[in-house]
Design a protein around this ligand. Sequence first.
Ligand code: SF4
Length: 351
Amino acid sequence: MDLGSMKQFNIKLLEWYDCNARILPWRDDPSPYRVWISEIMLQQTRVDTVKPYFKRFMKAVPTIQELADISEDRLLKLWEGLGYYSRARNLKKAAAAIMQEFEGQIPSDIQSLKSLPGIGPYTSGAIASIAFGVKAPAIDGNVLRVMARITANKGDIASPRIKKEIEDLVSQILTVERAGDFNQALMELGATVCLPNGSPKCAECPVQALCKGHLQDIAAELPVKAKKKDRRIEQKTIFVIEYKGNIAIRQRANEGLLSSLWEFPNVEGHLSYEESKARLKEWGITSCEIMPMGTSKHIFTHLEWHMIGYFILVQSIQEYNNFIWATGEEIKKQYSIPTAFKAYSRLINDK
Ligand code: SF4
């Protein structure tokens, strides 16, 4: 892209953004704290999903000090349903680091931002540019797609070399005056016009005349992405066990997938009715009714859980083993059960 085209691109994109930017709760007051929290919530998560979480979080935890002091249980409860819970834990760790190392102020330079837990190249660029007006690129999946199409780049956007090429180009196009708006405009274009999966809406695009992908009629084929490895599949049997109005839950290990969150007792594999009865016996449950709850699937980044579930109504129990027995109300208020179990927590929500 030559200098003249870069300038044109910058002007046209910002003009379009000024008229078309979506009204989002974090945009009316882009303070560093609000930008940081929204950017972390938006990682791997859709804007519409994030909106109510962001508002609730800001009300419950309005300052960095309060975030540094919050209990992990309360934090995870606020995060319940957003997934990727390590994001929440890193927020708390980063808040503590900001209090200790940066006198309670979020730093504005890229290197200091990147030193904080959970903040990588993209998020540091987004915070620095949007909250502080620093001339730094913020390259996410949307930006990679848009720029690959604009420049008709046929390289693999997952490769570090192509990412670097795009980052260098965006750095050149960015201007000091409106760096944060430019980054947001580029992401906004990717989210609302230059859509993924071969469906760019080129007729509505403000930079159509500068887009090589469009001019060469190859936009829909871009970007090129190396095929991802297939996800591993795990089969599970989930037990929603009720005894005297209480439901059995247990805490997951404090490392690995969904660490420290709460779950219904479950085992590897799809257990038959008889196998389930035997397993329940091992847990001290000898007299009960077993009712099937159907199947469910949950997709993580590298893994899929294929689940079957049983509802167990217990008449008598020999020992209380390691489960916590909680009422539906207590589970709703205190325990964070990940969305992966949503199909089976429905029953509790109805109680
Ligand atoms: S012209 Fe089409 S492919 Fe090019 S940036 Fe706009 S929407 Fe994307």
